[in-house]
Design a protein around this ligand. Structure first.
Ligand code: EPS
Length: 398
């Protein structure tokens, strides 16, 4: 069974994660994990904090000579900024008067968390709810993606809306081009024209003490048909993907394929017609389903979008209430990003990787990579005998 849990506070000593259920014999490329962490730290519109941090995952259990052993993998990512927060975030009791934070930020976890966890100091809530904690999700996701890559699954993302500016993507999408353009763009968009307007919009929002949200799209290619299941609501892969993306801080909406557009047009304009050719196997005229039908992958690219609200820490703060005195105040501000949508796309890739890795392990099992790959290739051979042609080569040993 694949499962994981994360821990850590934004300005505490370190973030942590424990992952169980990764098959033995997977070669972990540590550079790849740290590359993913660096991608998450990037993007135009990030604040001063990213100049302090250089995230690196230190793996402390479950790996020997660079390969997984089958036991839980534990990792930590140190917060370099802790050095500047040793008093305010001391794990041990200290003999100093640290004033509590009492001005809840509208849109943040502050208000509900303060009531739920019975605290008068919002720092106890904001430290754990901080999007800093997404670094651990990216580290876990990158291990999942290393495993998925051995089966030919590729995951990438690009930003499609930022600050209300919509990116233009030619139809049909050329995914190789989108991926390489997004990787080169400071806002991860595959549209150089719109990129200029987006950069200006971020600068303007920053000078106004405001923040910007947007929409990113995650694409996964190379998934075989049949991950997830139609058999019960909680086994549907579209539900799991939506839940995982919603689990990222600040995400308020998720859509798959044509998404909310399916409500606008008749069925003949929604469903992706099927064709078969002996050499290419089954093909489709479109991918409005975003690679998922009946809660299962159908062999087409998985396409999921998520909408991120503008960050709730505003330099020109909104109106709020002092949680102790109940006086009208402005919301708490320390330091923040103007925009983190490009980073959210990288986190979305990680969450998709986690969900797909879990689905792959559920379908193909595998205490070892050899077993996983054998089962995976056996399934491809079986569906191949029924007319399915995979564009990928059979998976090779990890
Ligand atoms: C965040 C506030 C900012 C962001 C942080 C998320 O941190 P700080 O208050 O230390 O300036 O930079 O994101 C990260 C540190 C990160 O690594 O993504 C928040 O309140 O959610």
């Amino acid at each position: 069974m694949f499962r994981f849990i994360t821990g850590g506070e934004s300005h505490g000593p370190a973030l942590s994660a424990i992952i169980e259920g990764v098959p033995s014999g997977l070669t972990l490329d540590f550079n790849e994990i740290n590359t993913q962490l660096a991608r998450r730290q990037g993007g135009y519109g990030r604040g001063a904090r990213q100049k302090i941090e250089t995230d690196r995952a230190e793996i402390i259990t479950g790996v020997r000579f660079g390969k997984t052993m089958g036991g839980p993998i534990s990792l930590i990512i140190r917060n370099r900024d802790f050095e500047n927060w040793q008093d305010r975030m001391s794990v041990e009791p200290i003999d100093a008067d640290i004033p509590p934070i009492v001005e809840a930020r509208p849109g943040h976890a502050d208000f509900a968390g303060m009531l739920k966890y019975s605290t008068h100091d919002l720092r106890n809530i904001l430290e754990r709810s901080s999007a800093r904690n997404t670094a651990t999700l990216v580290a876990v996701g990158s291990i999942c993606r290393i495993m998925l890559a051995t089966l030919g699954v590729r995951i990438f993302s690009h930003v499609v809306v930022l600050g209300g500016i919509h990116v233009h993507i030619p139809f049909p999408p050329n995914y190789d081009e989108i991926q390489s353009m997004a990787e080169r763009s400071p806002v991860r968009v595959a549209d150089p024209e719109k990129e200029k307007f987006i950069l200006d919009a971020i600068d303007n929002a920053g000078s106004n003490g405001d923040t910007l949200g947007g929409v990113f799209e995650v694409i996964a290619t190379g998934c075989p048909p049949g991950l997830g299941s139609h058999a019960n609501w909680d086994r549907r892969l579209d539900g799991k993907l939506a839940g995982a993306l919603m689990g990222i801080q600040a995400i308020k909406g998720v859509e798959i394929g044509m998404g909310f557009g399916v409500a606008e047009v008749p069925g003949s304009k929604v469903h992706d017609e099927l064709y078969h050719d002996p050499s290419t196997g089954f093909t489709r005229s479109s991918n409005n389903a975003g690679g998922l039908e009946g809660g299962m992958t159908n062999g087409e690219p998985i396409v999921v979008r998520a909408a991120m609200k503008p960050l709730s820490t505003l330099k020109s703060p909104l109106k709020s209430v002092n949680m102790e005195t109940k006086e009208a105040v402005t919301a708490h501000f320390e330091r923040s990003d103007v925009c983190a949508v490009p980073a959210a796309g990288v986190i979305g890739e990680a969450m998709a990787g986690i969900v797909l890795a879990e689905a792959v392990l559920e379908k193909f099992g595998g205490d070892s990579m050899g077993e996983l790959i054998r089962n995976f290739n056996g399934y491809l051979a079986e569906i191949g005998s029924r007319g399915y042609r995979s564009s990928r080569e059979t998976a090779k040993d990890a």
